[in-house]
Design a protein around this ligand. Structure first.
Ligand code: CAA
Length: 258
């Protein structure tokens, strides 16, 4: 096992669990944390036994944003030459399903990290926002783009321009969050959801998320064409034969991810 300092990494059945762990900084996202997160994601992606990945934080904070203390002295050239924030994109390139389980603050880069996952499950204590404007900057990890796609222009614009926080209920109503659960149930619910996904054909899950994500990148006609080709390809998999045979034989399928 890798020795990480800013995250905790464990495996629960077919689920890889990553817990952001800088409690004294409310899980503020610094270079080290993003580097470790990316390494953990690489590990889970390469592990055949893992069918879904769960990213979570603490009761108080999923993540309170990019680490302001680390950023404060950066110059334009530091940001440009270092391609600041580019390394944060790894999570959105995961091929396996990634779920964010959010309790407490998901602000700035924390909200952006959650939105970079495939979907968000929220505790009723969750608070989302893009407060960067209050620091004299703007969102830099997809906040001006993914938030618009999640909640529409009006609410995204208001949130980014005022920096106000939105509670879990509002976030669910707006479409940022798949489901809200009582805080004490969040981890169990998220694990149950991740385990259910990990029990599906991993191949089918990967192709499904690929197609859903394609909806954000293309026209409807192109997206439908992409879906149709992918759907056709599924008939070349063993898991399609197994899944349908199991249905007809009234038994549980034994997917082999092939
Ligand atoms: N970076 C660095 N440290 C942070 C941090 C951050 N984003 N957020 C919180 N912390 C630290 C605090 O400095 C504090 O440390 P000290 O005890 O050493 O002072 C500790 O975490 C606890 O925080 P607070 O005492 O402030 O806790 P609180 O409960 O009073 O307030 C909060 C919580 C409202 C989340 C408040 O901490 C806050 O406003 N944090 C900053 C939120 C923010 O602006 N995020 C956006 C960052 S910019 C960004 O993310 C850019 C991008 O798009 C990628």
């Amino acid at each position: 096992a890798m020795a990480f300092e800013t995250i905790l990494v464990e495996t629960k059945g077919g689920v890889g669990v990553i817990t952001l762990n800088r409690p004294a900084q409310l899980n503020a996202l610094n270079d080290q944390l993003i580097g470790e997160l990316n390494q953990a994601l690489d590990g889970f992606e390469a592990d055949e036994a893992i069918g879904a990945i769960l990213v979570t934080g603490s009761d108080k904070a999923f993540a309170a944003g990019a680490d302001i203390k680390e950023m404060a002295a950066k110059t334009y050239m530091d940001a440009y030459k270092g391609d600041f924030i580019a390394s944060w994109e790894r999570i959105s390139r995961c091929r396996k399903p990634v779920i964010a389980a959010v309790a407490g603050f998901a602000l700035g880069g924390g909200c952006e990290l959650a939105m970079s996952c495939d979907f968000v499950l929220a505790a009723d204590t969750a608070k989302f926002g893009q407060p960067e404007i209050k620091l004299g900057i703007m969102p830099g990890a997809g906040g001006t783009q993914r938030l618009v796609r999640a909640v529409g222009k009006a609410k995204a614009m208001e949130l980014c321009l005022t920096g106000r926080m939105m509670d879990a209920e509002e976030a669910e109503r707006a479409g940022l969050v798949a489901r809200v659960v009582p805080a004490q149930d969040l981890l169990a619910e998220a694990l149950k959801t991740a385990e259910a996904i990990a029990a599906m054909s991993h191949t089918a899950a990967m192709m499904t998320k690929d197609c859903v994500n394609r909806a954000f990148e293309t026209t409807l006609a192109e997206g439908i064409r992409y879906e149709r080709r992918t759907f056709h390809a599924m008939f070349a998999t063993d898991d399609q034969k197994e899944g349908m045979a199991a249905f007809m034989e009234k038994r549980r399928p034994q997917f082999r991810n092939s």
